[in-house]
Design a protein around this ligand. Structure first.
Ligand code: SAM
Length: 479
């Protein structure tokens, strides 16, 4: 789920007039321009905005013609910075005596995020980063005074790089790049594998495709990719993982609906529901429609796709249009069926309850989530998930099934929730399902580093040594 802007800060993207930035005099294709824009996006996330919305807000006023040239670089820098935010904020605190103005701090954070990788993996040469960061700060009239500071901080970092990065390891937050409450929660939940779970979440997820079963097979599609000289491998019954991510419009067959982008762990949902032609199915929290599309690829269904957020619901239609498939899209609250379900006599054969959750299992694709969530969000989400489950259960036909799904790694939203449901609903029989899938990163056989999936099963239900996000699956049948 793409995280929504936090309700705590009503409009983190709207700057008060007095804090608006002055004109930026930089070429849109320069690294300095990208650092400035990424710095603005990081600043918005720090005020509570979701990163995709923050990036969108940065691009809107960008000079004409700059979007295409700069968008990729800005996005890449902002996402990298989110994954290393605690490390770079720790470094800034070490390297400056007095906290700089927020925009200067955010540009510094983005610049350091480009410098912490060793030179072999770095996206830009270190001195280019320093030079362009200084230009970015100098190009805003109100911050030009801080050019010397930015130059000194970045050069000092490069001089003391190893010592500083080693010292950062002693600070858990700076080392793992999650808030302290999150690190504690993962340690409590997964005492034997917590390091691998945290490390997996700071990698960049692969580009995984779902092959449309109506149009092709994994083997046939791998052949198509090979003909296009695109390296890829099987990652599940319908899943293909590209060795190198690429824009979707360059992926063969994407625009025609032969494949969709979907994580290998997420692809299990439609398979676990065991849908057959003619079934009546409710996809209860459906937007943007990833799992809706998969269900319809597997069988001819009477499918109701329910979503509470009208703007997100539009994306279900867009996705299905590309796949040339149809569902009945309804806007409504899954926790209040009386408002959208008037066919009381027609219960469902299958219900997919892909409920709102912490999204803690998909942080490698949405690295901002960890900085937006608060520990107090978890009990609120647990209560909401229970409300939705209680309301949906009466809509399941006798002999029918409900699949409970979260993209969370916290047991409160996973196994504990499934146990609560089974205890409460005596007519619910728990069926076989994967339970908790922890995020895993495919690795070479000899790799036993902390960043590998050490401590996790070598093989799981998403495929042998596959590379997938974190999910929880529980399946219940009504007696
Ligand atoms: C995890 S996402 C669903 C992802 C979707 N199943 C897919 O595979 O593309 C959860 C969705 O539930 C929606 N939602 C949240 N609360 C809801 C409610 N009470 N009733 C219906 N939908 C809800 C959110 O807006 C969000 O789009």
């Amino acid at each position: 789920m793409t995280p929504k802007p936090s309700s705590r800060s009503a409009s983190p993207l709207a700057r008060p007039r007095e804090s608006r930035l002055s004109m930026l005099h930089l070429a849109p294709e320069s690294l300095g321009f990208a650092l400035d824009c990424a710095g603005q996006a990081v600043g918005a996330v720090r005020l509570g905005a979701a990163l995709p919305a923050a990036l969108q807000a940065v691009f809107v006023p960008a000079p004409e013609g700059s979007a295409a040239a700069a968008r990729g670089a800005v996005q890449d820098i902002a996402y990298r910075t989110m994954r290393r935010l605690a490390t770079v904020e720790w470094l800034i605190a070490k390297l400056v005596k007095k906290a700089p103005p927020p925009h200067v701090g955010h540009v510094l954070a983005c610049s350091l995020a480009l410098l912490v990788d060793d030179e072999a993996n770095a996206a830009y040469a270190p001195f280019t980063v320093v030079d362009q960061a200084v230009s970015a700060i100098g190009a805003r009239r109100e911050f030009a005074f801080a050019k010397g500071l930015v130059n000194a901080v970045l050069r000092n970092f490069l001089r003391e790089r190893e010592t500083l990065l080693n010292a950062a390891q002693a600070d858990e937050v700076a080392r793992w790049n999650y808030p302290a409450w999150w690190i504690d929660a993962v340690k409590r939940a997964w005492p034997d594998t917590w390091q691998a779970v945290l490390a997996a979440g700071t990698t960049q997820g692969p580009l995984t495709l779902r092959v449309n079963a109506r149009r092709s097979t994994v083997d046939a599609y791998l052949q198509v990719l090979q003909n296009h000289h695109i390296a890829a491998s099987r990652a599940g019954d319908y899943a293909v993982k590209l060795d190198t991510p690429m824009p979707v419009d360059r992926i063969p067959g994407f625009n025609d609906g032969v494949v969709s982008v979907q994580d290998a762990g997420a692809q299990l949902a439609a398979q676990l529901l065991g849908v057959r032609d003619g079934m009546r199915v409710l996809d209860a929290c459906a937007a943007p429609g990833g799992k809706t599309g998969h269900l319809l690829e597997l069988a001819n269904l009477q499918l109701v796709a329910l979503e509470s957020d009208a703007s997100r619901a539009r994306r279900i239609g867009e996705n299905l249009q590309r796949l040339k498939l149809e569902a009945e899209v309804r806007i409504g609250d899954a926790g209040a069926p009386a408002k959208w379900h008037d066919d009381i006599d027609q219960p469902f054969d299958r219900i997919l309850a892909d409920v709102p959750c912490s999204a803690s299992g998909i942080v490698r694709r949405h690295p901002d989530i960890r900085w937006l969530r608060r520990a107090s969000d978890i009990p609120a989400l647990v209560a909401e998930q229970r409300r939705i489950l209680d309301a949906l259960w009466p809509l399941v036909k006798s002999g029918g099934e409900l699949l409970y799904v979260t993209c969370s790694i916290f047991p409160e939203e996973g196994e504990l929730q499934a146990q609560w449901f089974g205890d409460k609903h005596q007519d619910a029989v728990r069926l076989d399902a994967p339970g908790q899938l922890l995020p895993s990163v495919a690795r070479a056989p000899a790799d036993t580093s902390a960043g590998s999936d050490a401590g996790q099963p070598a093989e799981d239900s998403a495929g042998a040594n596959s590379d997938h996000d974190g999910f929880f699956y529980a399946r219940f049948q009504k007696r």
